[in-house]
Design a protein around this ligand. Structure first.
Ligand code: SF4
Ligand code: SF4
Length: 211
């Protein structure tokens, strides 16, 4: 049985929800060129300065570099996997339980340990999980809201998905990428733009484009 991951992987908390959208476009652009820069670290530091990431998040420079590096690595994996993902027929969306509007009994989602996943009961229109669930189901995806990455391999083994979109913090996604690779499933990752293991956030716009 999978258990909730109560360990926060990053040693710092962040909130990129107020950073200009162009920042993410810039991350994508740099990801294309990754490996071609001899001064890649300087490039990261330039982006952090340009978008005033430290001022917007309160992160120190080394934490901001770690975060940006993860964003770029995930974007690079997305680009590599995109072609295979687009050819996949049976797909699933994995959402992290920490993006629910409520983490207590006000969330009416039901957790089934046999799957293992929450099923959103659509109790709050402005809940990100609710909105993502509706969006993905309209596009033919099965949707899982999981309390930890360890749930994913059980669900994949039981259902034979060919393509998976996953929303989680960078470190959780990195672990999931290894799982998907070992099972030959094409993955697309959407990192949280606000972490903290509760009231976290992701971009619905990015999710919509990725699905
Ligand atoms: S909309 Fe769904 S996930 Fe969000 S709080 Fe309600 S039941 Fe929980
Ligand atoms: S996905 Fe959410 S709950 Fe899981 S470790 Fe990351 S921030 Fe915490």
């Amino acid at each position: 049985m999978c258990v909730a991951n109560l360990v926060m992987p990053y040693k710092f908390t962040f909130d990129l929800s107020k950073v200009p959208r162009f920042f993410f476009t810039e991350v994508a652009r740099v990801s294309y060129n990754k490996g071609m820069h001899k001064t890649f670290l300087n490039t990261l530091q330039d982006i952090i300065t340009k978008f005033r990431i430290q001022e917007a998040t309160g992160l120190n420079l080394s934490d901001a570099v770690v975060l940006l590096q993860d964003f770029i690595d995930l974007q690079a994996v997305n680009l590599l996997e995109r072609g295979k993902f687009l050819q996949s027929k049976k797909r699933a969306l994995f959402l992290s339980h920490c993006s629910r509007k409520y983490m207590d009994s006000r969330c009416k989602a039901v957790f089934d340990a046999n799957i293992p996943s929450y099923t959103c009961a659509h109790c709050s229109e402005d809940c990100l999980i609710n909105q993502a669930d509706r969006l993905a189901k309209k596009k033919g995806y099965d949707v899982y809201v999981v309390p930890g990455g360890s749930c994913i391999s059980k669900i994949l083994k039981a259902n034979g998905y060919e393509g998976v979109v996953g929303v989680a913090c960078g470190e959780e996604i990195k672990m999931a990428v290894d799982t998907l690779g070992s099972m030959d499933v094409a993955g697309q990752a959407i990192p949280l733009i606000k972490n903290g293991c509760a009231n976290t956030a992701f971009s619905l716009e990015t999710l919509n484009k990725t699905l």
